[in-house]
Design a protein around this ligand. Structure first.
Ligand code: C2O
Ligand code: CU
Ligand code: CU
Length: 441
């Protein structure tokens, strides 16, 4: 619901960060992690953090094949790391728990963009501190484009017909502050709050063109699972999941997104009228308002087909591994173990194909949802609960939602060398130790 005292405001659009290209062939970015103040409630300044700004960060746009450097300056007053969630990059550039950047220092990540067009993101990943730092506001988006994405007849003009929507929830105090203190319930379920933010704003309004509109939605919450829908009974066409386009658009009335999952959606406002208003909702709660503006500059139809990914064949798999979620509260674990930097949990052959069986059995009547995520790799679902995956999970996935008693078989080719993490993306579970590491070599 709307929070009393919230400012009325337009949807903030994160800046598209310009490539500060210096030497030939290198796409160079600089981001600075810093603290700041954000007015979520009128007249109240919360202490927050962001990349370049006071809350959240810019969009880094890259193209497949680019050689990229990202210089990260840390001005947070404490150590951090920056992890490129969804990017298939070597462990040395991944920014997981080993990418520690001491306060007042810089780190440069260097990698080649070597995967299809997708909407990915970046956020801190320091051992035991990820939840707090993301909650403060440290997160930004990465857009990868490629020759196929730029040829598709779909909206692609940033801020005109192609909009990022970062969904987050926060617990604000009466005086508009946003402390990261964990109650027993937060330790159990992850940190949630009753104030819903979209791109860092409470219940913002976006004027969209009368036509086809593309929304790139990230569940950037620490723990909340969203079920998004539109108030005017309109449906979405989902065109992409975490790691890229789906083979064809999938019509969805309601879309569940667990933390860290992304979905690109088309909304057809072409048959509405200028001045019409509708809402994006999480279940019955309003997240933001869409207002239909003037005719779109470009007219698009919903395409029949998108991009058919190369299918990984189960018979190519050299190994099957099991990952079983267990425990509650501070005892959450994977395969009965909690994260230990001195223990390598899994060793995977470089460029081999494996099938990972991930399951979330309920035990002693206790059950909870957990989103499974692994670094440096994109998966294809072979099955969900023994049956074929739903249509909107037939593309590349790096975050897989497991509801209680669910199980998934996911196949991947491990193309990048190095040490990577796999973990639950409820950040308080990750911080408590629901994480392991694997080495690809
Ligand atoms: Cu979003 Cu380990 O990552
Ligand atoms: Cu990740
Ligand atoms: Cu979890």
């Amino acid at each position: 619901a709307f929070r009393a005292g919230a400012k009325e405001q337009a949807l903030p659009l994160p800046p598209l960060l310009k490539d500060q290209n210096t030497s030939e062939g290198i796409t160079a970015y600089t981001i600075t992690a810093r603290t700041g103040h954000t007015e979520f409630i009128r007249g109240k300044q919360a202490e927050t953090a962001g990349y370049n700004g006071a809350f959240l960060g810019p969009v880094l746009r890259m193209k497949k094949g680019d050689e990229v450097t990202v210089k990260v300056n840390n001005q947070l007053g404490e150590a951090t790391t920056v992890h490129w969630h969804g990017l298939e990059v070597p462990g040395s550039a991944d920014g997981g728990v080993y990418g520690k950047i001491a306060d007042g220092t810089s780190w440069q990540a260097q990698f080649k963009v070597d995967q299809p067009a997708a909407t990915a993101w970046f956020h801190p990943h320091l051992m035991h501190e990820t939840g707090k730092q993301v909650y403060k506001g440290l997160a930004g988006l990465i857009y990868i484009e490629d020759d196929e994405s730029t040829k598709l007849a779909i909206p692609r003009t940033y801020g005109e017909d192609d909009f990022p929507l970062v969904l987050q929830d926060r617990m604000l105090t009466e005086d508009g502050q946003m402390p990261y203190k964990l109650t027993d319930a937060d330790i159990m379920y992850g940190k949630m709050g009753g104030t819903q933010l979209v791109n860092g704003a409470v219940a913002p309004t976006l004027t969209i063109p009368k036509g086809l509109v593309r929304l790139r939605v990230l569940n950037g919450a620490n723990a909340r699972i969203y079920t998004i829908k539109l108030s005017n009974a309109q449906f979405f066409w989902q065109i992409a999941s975490d790691g890229g386009f789906l083979p064809k658009p999938v019509q969805v009335k309601e879309l569940e997104l667990s933390p860290a999952e992304r979905a690109e959606l088309l909304v057809d406002a072409g048959s509405l009228h200028t001045g019409d208003i509708f809402f994006l909702q999480n279940g019955g709660d309003k997240l933001m308002t869409f207002k239909v503006g003037k005719d779109a500059k470009e007219t698009y139809g919903v395409p029949e087909s998108l991009v058919e990914p190369e299918r990984l064949k189960p018979e190519k798999a050299v190994k099957r591994r099991q990952f079983v979620f267990g425990g509650m509260g501070k005892y959450v674990n994977i395969n009965g173990k909690q994260m230990d930097m001195n223990r390598m949990d899994e060793r995977v052959g470089l460029n081999t194909v494996e099938i990972w069986e991930i399951s979330n059995p309920s035990a002693a009547g206790m059950s909870m949802s957990h989103p499974f995520h692994a670094h440096g790799v994109q998966f294809q679902l072979l099955s969900r609960n023994g049956g074929p995956p739903p249509a909107n999970e037939t593309g590349w996935k790096d975050t897989i939602h497991l509801r209680p008693d669910e199980r998934v078989e996911a196949i991947a080719r491990f193309r990048k060398p190095g040490v990577f993490m796999y973990h639950c993306h409820i950040l308080e579970h990750e911080d408590a130790g629901m994480m392991g590491q694997f080495e690809v070599k």
